[in-house]
Design a protein around this ligand. Structure first.
Ligand SMILES: [Zn+2]
Length: 411
């Protein structure tokens, strides 16, 4: 078994599920620190003497340059998150290695109703003869993002052990609470002190991601007028009717159910209320600012139309920005993407440049001044009991990191 697989199997067994909606504590769950503390010890064992965890749980460490004139080289940052998604249990993960994979459906023994079907996972067929790692079917696996952590740790070990591999200064960051959208909440970019960083948190082997959605959230608040329904003629304004009409007017053709690739959407995802007050929440997503503007415009027009139809109702539309496409920032530092694509290629894999139909910690970091594209860690079917990772993809992630280190040293 290779070092990276061995590490991966150890890390997934540590329960690190984060929790949604925790505001008083950071990280959201103490158990994430179990793995973070373990990583500090292992980093020190490898030889990164300054490894430490701060009060928020962030682990940072330095691999100093081994070049005589290494000080002018850009510092490479490598980042991965320890937590797993609260959507599926990540307690008592029992990883299983399916050796010499034969191309058939994978039935997971802990719950035989959980089957990773080849018909839905064509990628499996690219891994015939290799080893596929899954959970036993009762939990998620946690390749998101323990594959990223294992790959970074294994790559560091290689760089320390093999003195012939020249590298500049490398900074490592392990973070909690990514899955609940708070991975970078207290991440100190100036303390991390890297020039270009990569989250090793993508999926399929070869994937490099430099774009995220732009994201806004819209809230319609409709105030009606409640009167005894028996005597409501010409008096009652039912906000339930006003708000459901708003939902009907949001074009279904630009919903998440109808869009993919580079196309954005409007997603009415939450509704609550009664006659007096109703609230509707809508997510606005697009890769371009023009597309965002058009979608905001649609919502504003709908609000306006309803105001003219229901002059006695109050209709408020509040729109807040959540995050922006990281490409706008990455374009200012073209080397970030260039090195990522080149490193994948130099590792012998065909790079696949993709857009993330969501956000990423790297987007937040890019806007905090640290350009941070995302590189594959190899896992598939994230946040699911059907999560799996081919061993060869884990090893490919290690090779890619080593190639990155090499490119940064050639600067
Ligand atoms: Zn992740």
């Amino acid at each position: 078994m290779t070092d990276v697989v061995d590490r991966f199997l150890r890390y997934v067994k540590v329960w690190t599920t984060s929790e949604e909606g925790v505001e008083d504590n950071y990280p959201s769950t103490e158990r994430q620190k179990d793995l973070l503390r373990q990583l500090v010890e292992e980093l020190k064992e490898i030889g990164l003497a300054d490894a430490g965890m701060d009060e928020h749980g962030y682990v940072m460490a330095t691999l100093p340059s081994n070049l005589p004139e290494g000080n002018d080289l850009p510092t490479l940052g490598l980042i991965a998150h320890v937590d797993t998604s609260p959507d599926v249990s990540g307690k008592d993960v029992k990883p299983i290695i399916h050796e010499n994979y034969d191309g058939t459906d994978l039935v997971l023994p802990g719950d035989p109703s959980v089957i990773i079907e080849v018909s839905e996972n064509k990628h499996l067929l690219e891994n015939i003869g290799g080893s596929i790692i899954t959970s036993d079917g009762t939990t998620l696996l946690g390749a998101d993002d323990k594959a990223g952590i294992a790959a970074i740790m294994a790559a560091l070990k290689v760089l320390v052990d093999d003195r012939s591999l020249q590298h500049g200064r490398i900074r490592v960051g392990f973070t909690p609470d990514e899955e609940v959208g708070n991975g970078t909440k207290f991440f100190d970019v100036s303390k991390f002190d890297a020039d270009i960083a990569y989250t090793i948190d993508g999926g399929e082997r070869g994937e490099v991601e430099d774009e995220t959605f732009n994201a806004m959230s819209a809230t319609f608040t409709v105030k009606g007028m409640n009167v005894h329904p028996g005597y409501a003629k010409d008096k009652m304004v039912n906000s339930v009717r006003v708000i459901t009409e708003i939902v009907d007017m949001i074009p279904a053709t630009i919903s998440p159910e109808m869009t993919e690739g580079a196309i954005g959407y409007l997603h009415p995802h939450h509704i609550e209320g009664g006659v007096e007050v109703s609230i509707l929440k809508v997510l606005i997503r697009d890769f371009t600012m023009e597309g965002m503007g058009e979608k905001v415009n649609i919502l504003e027009n709908i609000a306006e139309l309803q105001m003219s139809r229901y002059p006695k109702a109050t209709i408020d539309l509040d729109i807040k920005e959540s995050y922006r496409n990281m490409k706008f920032k990455l374009d200012e530092e073209p080397r970030a993407l260039e090195y990522a694509l080149k490193a994948v290629k130099n590792a012998g894999i065909e790079p696949m440049q993709r857009m993330i139909r969501g956000g990423t910690d790297g987007a937040m970091l890019s806007y905090k001044g640290l350009p941070t594209p995302n590189i594959f860690a190899g896992g598939m079917n994230f946040h699911s009991k059907r999560e799996y990772i081919p061993a060869v993809s884990l090893e490919a992630a290690v090779s890619t990191i080593l190639q990155l280190a090499k490119l940064f040293a050639e600067e």
